[in-house]
Design a protein around this ligand. Structure first.
Ligand code: SF4
Length: 71
């Protein structure tokens, strides 16, 4: 099952950590990051990015269930 990736632009503080750690999935624009694709094949790299986002701005869901960031 594919995953859905979203970046909350209101929460993002443009640290750039996601784009640095997972450039195939995230890009940093002027003042916020964005997901390069909202539907992706499962990849732990994206969960790691969600876990390490300092603003908890990245959400990963699978079939409507939130799986990242992990508790
Ligand atoms: S890691 Fe979080 S706060 Fe930093 S650029 Fe990415 S989404 Fe924004």
């Amino acid at each position: 099952m594919s995953w859905h990736v979203a970046v909350d632009g209101q929460r993002c503080i443009a640290s750039g950590m996601c784009a640095g750690a997972a450039p195939e999935y995230f890009a940093l624009d002027d003042d916020r990051a964005r997901a390069l694709a909202d539907r992706i094949d499962p990849d732990e790299t994206v969960l790691d990015a969600a876990d390490s986002c300092p603003a908890s701005a990245i959400t990963v869901t699978e079939g409507g269930r939130e799986i990242g960031p992990r508790p």
